[in-house]
Design a protein around this ligand. Structure first.
Ligand SMILES: [Zn+2]
Length: 527
């Protein structure tokens, strides 16, 4: 049993093993001259003062166990503001939290919450990493063929008992915050008896990715939840909150159990088409949050050229309107906010938007969450069929190829009349081939409407330049700015804030006074 340190507001952290603390306590009482140190160790209760902390720091033990325990204790005391009690935690019901990955990186998020009885274990998100341990870009293509055992031994799959196909299933459920691969890319390895919970929109996008991105998520055991409707899994009650993010129908989770209320934000922002949901959440915030597990992607990053999605739409419209020839727009087909911005900008300029079969399928699948999402048969939309995409769709359902046929456009039509067209493009050999074929059809431009980092990593810029296609970046981030992180934390008033999904967790401490910074795979009791 570890020893736990409490302040008046609640739990702070593990101090050491029982053995280490006993050793340290006996030693410190013998050698210390500081009365507050003696009082603290004898009564387990004392004011946290500079003298107390200095008293502990003045003890220099040559025994490594004792020295380590004192260091841990001093670290934890520094986080307390009034009174601390040392307890071995016996008889206290507290869920345990482990962030398996994401305490010091963006991507690969995975959180485990275990009830005090140990009977309910929730996993929130199970994402593919975006970076290797040296921060170089992670390439799933290299690891795709690895066995489960190899993925575990290389720490690509977090080590979690009872979660994967090779184990007896003991995890109660997996909750998915949203359909970005760095949050769900490893779901395929989850044992088929473990249920997976997600929103309707997330399920739709997961289905699309199964067809086009080979994500292989078995959807038969997926249970969908509705936003703001509480449901139970074992000893926990879970309420999903709709969040504004670059993935549709993204959720945050309020999880209640063992007397604790924990809020996990997932990925969010307040400047997309659903920015109003962040406003509403902050104006009508759930009370008494003990722990806020909050993303911090934007810490240490520039905010970018455009502050919000509406300024992106306006810039797109102005550029497309002024362009005399064909326009390529590079974006993610799963970023619905951006697809809507592009569609509206194209329509306002009186031109036609050409999407591929993959994008047509995304929009079709997302029609379940809103009737106002543009569809393949809407005014000003045409669909360009590629052999590769048609093959993929045909495997799923050949009827879809006929369904989208009414809006089909031939490549020759684009070639003959490029000037009133905007072609949604990807950085793929298929689209590079099209750009090469259309090189001499007039003055084309390209708009890059994705995160700048992706452009930096590819040679797309040079490719376009060599084909005489100038490129302009128009984008806004999918993640919360610093002021939005503060806004949410101020509204939720959590006792403690735990950073996740950030390369700069230490920056949380510059913004907030009540931060618990964890390491990957470190388990703490939430009490
Ligand atoms: Zn995301």
């Amino acid at each position: 049993m570890g020893y736990y340190l409490y302040d008046v507001r609640g739990y702070v952290g593990d101090v050491a093993s029982n053995h280490g603390l006993t050793l340290m306590s006996g030693y410190a009482r013998k050698v210390s001259d500081e009365p507050q140190v003696k009082k603290f160790l004898e009564e387990g209760l004392a004011p946290i003062t500079k003298e107390l902390i200095a008293g502990f720091k003045a003890i220099h033990s040559t025994d490594k166990d004792i020295a380590d325990t004192i260091d841990n204790l001093v670290d934890l005391l520094a986080k307390c503001d009034t009174v601390a009690i040392i307890s071995d935690g016996t008889g206290i019901e507290a869920p345990e939290l482990t962030i398996h990955r994401g305490t010091h990186e963006i991507g690969g998020s995975c959180i485990e919450l275990c009830s005090s009885s140990g009977n309910t274990r929730l996993i929130m998100d199970l994402g593919l990493p975006l970076v290797n341990s040296d921060r170089s870009p992670f390439d799933w293509g290299i690891h795709r063929q690895f066995t489960l055992q190899q993925l575990l031994s290389q720490k690509i799959l977090p080590s979690i008992d009872g979660l994967y196909e090779n184990d007896k299933p003991t995890v109660s459920a997996v909750l998915l915050s949203h359909a970005h691969l760095d949050h769900y890319g490893l779901l395929r390895f989850v044992h088929s008896n473990v249920p997976i919970y997600m929103s309707m929109g997330t399920k739709s996008l997961t289905e699309v990715s199964n067809v086009f991105l080979n994500t292989s998520v078995k959807l038969d055991r997926v249970k969908t939840f509705k936003m703001w409707q509480t449901f139970r899994i074992g000893e926990f009650a879970i309420t999903p909150y709709l969040m504004d993010h670059s993935a549709s129908d993204a959720a945050a989770f309020l999880i209640e159990g063992d007397g604790q209320r924990i809020f996990y934000t997932g990925d969010f922002r307040g400047h997309g088409r659903k920015g109003i949901v962040l406003d509403r959440l902050t104006k009508d915030a759930p009370p008494d949050i003990n722990y806020l597990i909050m993303e911090g992607s934007m810490l240490g990053r520039d905010e970018g050229l455009y502050p919000d999605e509406s300024s992106v739409e306006q810039a797109l419209r102005e550029l497309i309107l002024s362009q005399k020839g064909l326009t390529y727009v590079f974006t993610s087909s799963q970023n619905l906010d951006r697809l809507v911005s592009i569609y509206r900008a194209v329509r306002r300029s009186g031109k036609t938007l050409i999407i591929d079969l993959y994008t047509a399928f995304v929009l079709d699948k997302l029609s379940v969450i809103s009737p106002s999402i543009p569809q393949f048969d809407w005014e000003g939309i045409r669909v360009l069929y590629s052999y590769y995409h048609a093959q993929k769709l045909a495997v799923l359902d050949r009827a879809l190829l006929y369904k989208y046929k009414s809006a089909k456009i031939d490549f020759e039509d684009i070639k003959d009349n490029p000037d009133d067209k905007v072609l949604l493009a990807k950085d793929s050999s298929y689209f590079r081939n099209i750009i090469t074929k259309l090189k001499d059809t007039g003055k084309s431009i390209a708009i890059y409407s994705m995160w700048h980092g992706y452009l930096e990593r590819s040679n797309l810029g040079e490719f376009l330049e060599s084909h005489g296609v100038p490129i302009t970046e128009i984008h806004t981030s999918g993640h919360a700015y610093v002021n939005q992180l503060k806004m949410l934390a101020d509204a939720l008033k959590p006792r403690w804030i735990i950073p996740i999904h950030t390369f700069c967790p230490e920056k949380f401490k510059e913004m907030f006074t009540n931060v618990i910074q964890l390491n990957d795979d470190e388990t703490i009791s939430l009490c």
